[in-house]
Write a protein of this length. Structure first.
Length: 497
């Protein structure tokens, strides 16, 4: 595994120093520290999405009475649609050398970015709560121990992985990919051969409504990954082809989502009481006694890995939020403290989670969609159509810089986009008037993307990009200076601005 070189200069042969724990945080990754292979994005996001929570998303269609064919079609289209936006964020990592969410300061302002930051931390914590619950249930099928004990152990392991950081997470995800493909390949063949799915119970308008609910859930689930894509592509060389970064990310994330969500739909269509853990055990043990239990254990281990990925991202986002109001020196100690605090919150929420977590999970996926859609629209429109990938990186850390503390264009587009979605919301606790008129169909994601994206583009038409050129040039000179001096010159601190 390549080691981070932010505390040690490279050796004559180009190899890194001997440090184990990642030292970079929300700061810029200099060109001389860039390395890695672009195809590694594929297995990283394949395993990142190949977890039991992904399969649970596939349960939604059959639970609403949708047929297996309709459920599979809905998750395939929804997952492919949502991954489209997520994958295009991956290209921002190599171009900017920054974690995903801190880049939002260019659209929302140094302090204004706290608005999407708050929603994102909610997503991270929510996902890790569901992940630790499922992982605990899986391991308790073969091992003793109470819920509280397992929560503590699993969260502790996730903390260790997140603290070591980027490189270890990439290696773990890559090797888990090979194991998961083999195990779930056998499970999928066995499920197709042994299970008999029942017919759907919906008809007419209710079928269309159920289809849209599943489509939105699958799309929202995938879009939720957009919040940390660049966290794991920011160490790639600057000149890596954009198409390769985007497509490797897309193939990995969409491939595992389509596979596992479809398998979830099959299990839910054939089993009287669908449950992720029990379903896997039953199908696997029908193939070979004990194989189902083995598959559950493997799946639980994969959940630990993605819990670490979520904790890592939550630390970066929360650090970015605090740094906007009180300057944070992104040291290793600060990284560790941020990760531990986030996971303590996860631990507390998991202990308080109601027994009917699946119903809550469905609502959670929809809430993610609602809060993240306007952000992803604004962020992508800015990167690809407004500023076209040209940013003054040092100004992203400077409240007096060109991006300012608050950016009314980004905040307005986000707020209006979110408000425009409200009449189209359809959840178990509230349904908007337009959604009611459509029979409960939720098309808010399309409204949010269109309104927030188009409005942001319109509001920034008067932006004087030529005035930013001097700041970008000064930033480039400063970044080149850091690269020439070596990473030890800044010791993991954002460039002075």
């Amino acid at each position: 595994m390549d080691q981070h070189r932010s505390q040690h200069p490279p050796n004559a042969d180009g190899s890194g120093g001997s440090g184990l724990i990642e030292t970079r945080s929300i700061d810029y990754v200099p060109a001389r520290e860039r390395r890695g292979k672009v195809w590694h994005q594929g297995p990283f996001w394949f395993t990142g999405n190949f977890v039991l929570t992904t399969m649970v998303t596939g349960f939604i269609g059959p639970a609403l009475g949708l047929s297996l064919g309709g459920s599979v079609l809905a998750v395939v289209l929804g997952a492919c649609f949502g991954t489209f936006f997520m994958a295009f964020h991956a290209n921002q990592g190599p171009r900017m050398g920054l974690p995903q969410m801190i880049q939002s300061r260019a659209q929302f302002g140094i302090r204004g970015a706290i608005v999407p930051f708050a929603a994102v931390v909610f997503v991270y914590v929510g996902f890790n709560v569901f992940n630790v619950v499922l992982a605990t249930q899986g391991l308790q099928t073969v091992l003793p121990g109470g819920t509280t004990l397992w929560y503590a152990l699993l969260i502790g392991l996730a903390i260790v992985l997140a603290v070591v950081g980027h490189d270890l997470l990439h290696v773990v995800q890559r090797w888990l990919t090979y194991l998961l493909i083999v195990v779930f390949g056998v499970l999928t063949v066995g499920a197709i051969a042994h299970l008999q799915p029942h017919a759907g119970t919906t008809s007419g308008g209710s079928t269309f409504t159920a289809f849209l609910v599943v489509f939105s859930a699958a799309a929202g689930y995938q879009i939720s990954y957009a919040i940390y894509v660049s966290d794991y592509s920011r160490y790639l060389p600057k000149d890596v082809p954009a198409k390769k970064v985007i497509w490797w990310t897309y193939l990995g994330a969409a491939g595992s989502a389509v596979w596992l969500m479809s398998l979830g739909s099959l299990l839910a269509s054939a089993l009287p009481n669908p449950d992720a853990i029990a379903g896997l055990r039953q199908v696997g043990n029908d193939i070979l006694p004990g194989f189902g239990t083995f598959a559950v254990v493997v799946s639980s281990l994969a959940l630990i890995s993605i819990m670490a990925v979520n904790a890592y991202g939550a630390m970066l986002t929360s650090t970015s939020a605090v740094d906007a109001f009180r300057k944070v020196r992104p040291t290793v100690k600060a990284r560790v403290a941020g990760i531990v605090v986030i996971e303590l919150v996860v631990f507390a929420v998991a202990l308080a989670l109601p027994a009917d977590y699946l119903a809550n999970f469905n609502n959670f996926v929809l809430l993610m969609l609602y809060f993240l859609i306007p952000w992803t629209a604004v962020n992508l429109v800015d990167f690809y159509f407004v500023r076209r990938g040209h940013y003054a990186i040092t100004a992203i850390f400077d409240p007096r810089g060109i991006y300012g503390r608050w950016s009314w264009q980004g905040l307005t587009a986000y707020t209006v986009g979110f408000v425009a979605m409200i009449p189209f919301f359809a959840t178990s606790f509230w349904t908007g008037p337009v959604a009611k008129a459509l029979g409960g169909a939720d098309i808010s994601f399309a409204v949010g993307l269109l309104v927030a994206g188009v409005l942001y583009y319109v509001l920034t038409r008067g932006l004087d990009l030529s005035a930013e050129e001097a700041a970008i040039a000064a930033s480039d000179r400063a970044l080149e200076g850091e690269d020439a001096e070596g990473p030890e010159a800044h010791n993991g601190t954002p460039l002075a601005v």
